[in-house]
Design a protein around this ligand. Sequence first.
Ligand code: CAA
Length: 258
Amino acid sequence: MSYEHILVDGPAEGVGRVQFNRPKALNALNSPMMDEVNDAMLAFDRDPTIGALILTGNDKAFAAGADIKEMDGMTAIDMLTTVSLIERFEIEKLSKPLIAAVSGYALGGGCEIAMACDMIVASETAVFGQPEINLGIIPGAGGTQRLTRAVGKALAMEIMLTDRKLGAREALQRGLVNRLAPLDEYMDVAIDIARKAARRSQVASRLTKDAVNKAYEMTLEEGLAYERRNFLIAFGSEDKGEGMRAFIEKRRAEWVNR
Ligand code: CAA
């Protein structure tokens, strides 16, 4: 399938990559582009030859937020019923590891979509922020919740109440991003991490991601029970037998992803 607003790359060594491609609008997230992102990501997620995914923009902008020109004419009911960016975040449902490779602006919905990924690799020029307050609205795709969990209440409040931007180095220090790399290297770092994740059993990977995400939703007791359940499912997989035999026989495991 050909796309108008995104570029798609892969599978390459088990990795599929989706790139926002509205450079003139700093990759503002409009409905047609988000539909394409969801379509491409879900297709990659279903592809058994793909073990990990990358979502990226360009060097200047990961994404400068939801498309303000699209939202300008919309009512609350339009947002609720038709083109809600929130409901367009299908990426939250993906089962495979998803890495955001972020350079330049990651603002508003752009910051939120990066935080909805499993890991973030940032270039030294990356800038994170939630400037919705300047538009008379609030973050609507997870910012108040995910940013607060990632960097703590005090800094999250400052970012969202005063439009304080977070540079790449501070984002690393505060645990928002996994890695920081020079502009000409951040994509290689993201690809390297994605390939490492893609080489694992897809069954174990999926069950791990699912359980880690539950840490946000559950009490410790519930989470430990959930982890135990996923552990037992993994224990029943063919990959469990292969992984343990490969260790004992001192060879590389050949995963069947079952
Ligand atoms: N929506 C629509 N268009 C956008 C956009 C956005 N979020 N961000 C940038 N653009 C467009 C600009 O309108 C401009 O288009 P024209 O050339 O047609 O005028 C083009 O991209 C380049 O932008 P600038 O000229 O503004 O570039 P700059 O380098 O001077 O400034 C910037 C860059 C600081 C990122 C500035 O563009 C900006 O502040 N953008 C808006 C950021 C924002 O408020 N994001 C939050 C959106 S609301 C949201 O995301 C809601 C939610 O939680 C779901």
